[in-house]
Design a protein around this ligand. Sequence first.
Ligand code: NAI
Ligand code: MG
Length: 353
Amino acid sequence: MTKTYKIAVIPGDGIGKEVVPEGIRVLEAVGAKFDIAFQWDEKDWSCERWQATGRMMPEDALEGIRGHDGIFLGAVGWPTVPDHVSLWGLLIPIRREFRQYVNLRPVRLFEGVRSPLADRAPGDIDFMIVRENNEGEYSEMGGRLNKGTPDEVVIQENIFTRKGVDRVLRYAFDLAQSRPKKHLTSATKSNGIIHTMPFWDECFAAMAKDYPDIRTDQFHIDILTAHFVQHPDWFDVVVGSNLFGDILSDLGPAVTGTIGIAPSANLNPEREFPSMFEPVHGSAPDIAGQGIANPIGQIWSGAMMLDHLGHPEAARAIVAAIERLLAEKGPRTRDMGGTADTVAVGKALADLI
Ligand code: NAI
Ligand code: MG
């Protein structure tokens, strides 16, 4: 019998509205082949909605999707709404309310794609970033005193809990365990940040004892960014706090050619709540409305959703289609040096499947 999944679809803003339909097109194509059906529950939660109603999403929004099987999101943010309003009004509440404490972001150099780094070949860059997604530097604790005066004081607190750090580290160790290289790198800054980062390092060292067959190392975030550029072949799984993971996961895909192909999964590993799948990139106001956005990041995010839903072979079929399209010089968008539009790339991938 065909399995039907109920998926909340949030195209959001800007190019989100252009790449999400291509993600759905490819998921429908792979679903037809592997006997998987989707019920798409589309939501208009966005900056447009904020301007009309004063809220990014309705008050009872999350209640309404709590029982869904997944969330497929494009991008959120538009220049007419402050970015902290759009982020804290939509994306962060979903990640927290549904305890999606792992943000998993693959970084891979494909055959047929030119890396901005000289002399890097496919196979040289193939690693996973595990970003803590619920706490850390992205916290609403703090405040502003004497606003706008010479005596202004601004305080922003970081939140690191033992439970929160251990659970994301556990996920990263288990992921490293499942990969041939069995190598885990931790991003830290325990020289400058004297409370939270030494704590992070202690938790990392303690957990490493449970995984004697995993090779571990750690770097301060500043030199780690340099290593991403000079030695991307060193990495297998990289775990970082919310902020460090965010920065590394724009840099990683950039060294593989374009952020336009980078996918991500916001995972609730216990599966008590729906997980959310979205490209790493944002709403790209500079190119929105032109139909030239690269849909591959969205489409690959769809593959991560299928993997999470328990269909690894269907997920692999999508990644294999992306590999073929890129290797065989199929249509590609401007950010990859081509002239194809968003829809042409989506259709080409659906055809390959
Ligand atoms: P961005 O990722 O939207 O754009 C950065 C650059 O990459 C731009 O030059 C853009 O044209 C290019 N780019 C991004 N995605 C592309 C694609 N699929 N194809 C071709 N080119 C692509 O980041 P930016 O400019 O910092 O943020 C724009 C808005 O998006 C802001 O409101 C920001 O808050 C929001 N944002 C939302 C995210 C999300 O929904 N998860 C993540 C990052 C930013
Ligand atoms: Mg980011």
